[in-house]
Ligand binder design. Structure first.
Ligand SMILES: [Zn+2]
Length: 288
């Protein structure tokens, strides 16, 4: 297969993306009891209050623009932070209102959440979000058509390729910039004691080994390496060091294009290089 034609002869695109779940974190971890749990609530607020300023500094030092996906409820609590994101050249994308998974709500509610999130983000930043990332990375088969209807340029929630591709969106198509659990900080560091969630707490070295090797593989194949992080996870001191080390490792290669997902989407569409991958056909004609 030909390599994806990245700008200026670059071999690989890298997008640093941050899902700023913030005040929605306790709701995700403990939907029944989150209002009673001050400690859990503080874990969520650590992201916007402490993690994001550190991430801003790191990205500024490396002159890399990033994409932030933010639930509307969290955005309403940090409007100045969102405005600063835009002022710094980062992108703000849609991530639900209360971090609702599309496959857990009916179509009407999914649309109401879509509208509410758009209104909140646009009201704060003055810009309509161009990208969407579904909470917990789960879309339902009808979601891409809804995203298309609301004018989104791209989605970044699926895992069907290593480079941008088009997915079915009703009668239309929507650009997908794929992600993967392997390239997500939560898979390495996600931890909640009650209820028991996550895989435990790995060392930064473990994540570095996996992410740097994965980056080299993406570079071999000419892919689009999307790293997904959460400010309450990667904003912690040792993981800021990890991200700094990873960026410096990537920068040892002079053929890397660091870009926002929006920039990558514009490029993928302009070049016409993204192929169409139809949704999996799971029709079962007759059960044995
Ligand atoms: Zn999230």
């Amino acid at each position: 297969m030909p390599m994806f034609p990245w700008p200026d002869g670059k071999r690989v695109a890298v997008a640093l993306t941050f899902d700023m779940d913030g005040e929605c974190v306790p709701m995700i971890y403990d939907p029944q009891n989150y209002q009673k749990r001050l400690s859990l609530q503080s874990e969520g607020t650590y992201g916007p209050n402490v993690g994001v300023p550190r991430i801003f500094d790191l990205l500024a030092r490396h002159e890399i623009p990033a994409s932030f996906f933010i639930p509307g409820f969290t955005a309403e609590r940090h409007p100045d932070l969102l405005r600063e994101m835009i002022a710094r050249g980062h992108e703000v994308g849609h991530h639900g209102y209360l971090h609702e998974r599309p496959d857990f709500v009916d179509d009407d509610e999914e649309e109401r959440i879509m509208i509410r999130g758009l209104e909140v983000l646009e009201g704060i930043t003055g810009q309509r979000p161009r990208g969407y990332r579904s909470p917990a990375w789960e879309l339902k088969p009808s979601s891409p058509a809804l995203l298309k209807r609301y004018g989104f340029l791209y989605d970044s929630s699926l895992m069907g390729d290593d480079e941008p591709y088009f997915i079915d969106a009703g009668r239309d198509r929507l650009l997908e910039i794929p992600i993967q659990w392997m390239n997500d900080d939560w898979a390495y560091f996600g931890f909640c004691s009650i209820p028991s969630l996550g895989n435990g707490i790995s060392s930064p070295q473990t994540a570095f080994e996996s992410w740097s090797e994965e980056f080299l593989g993406y570079r071999d194949f000419g892919g689009c390496y999307v790293l997904t992080m959460h400010p309450f996870v990667t904003g912690r001191p040792s993981r800021i060091r990890l991200l700094d080390r990873l960026i410096r490792f990537m920068k040892e290669h002079d053929d890397v294009w660091f870009a926002t997902l929006s920039q990558i989407a514009d490029h993928a569409i302009a070049t016409g290089a993204a192929i169409h991958r139809p949704n999996a056909d799971l029709t079962i004609a007759s059960r044995p």
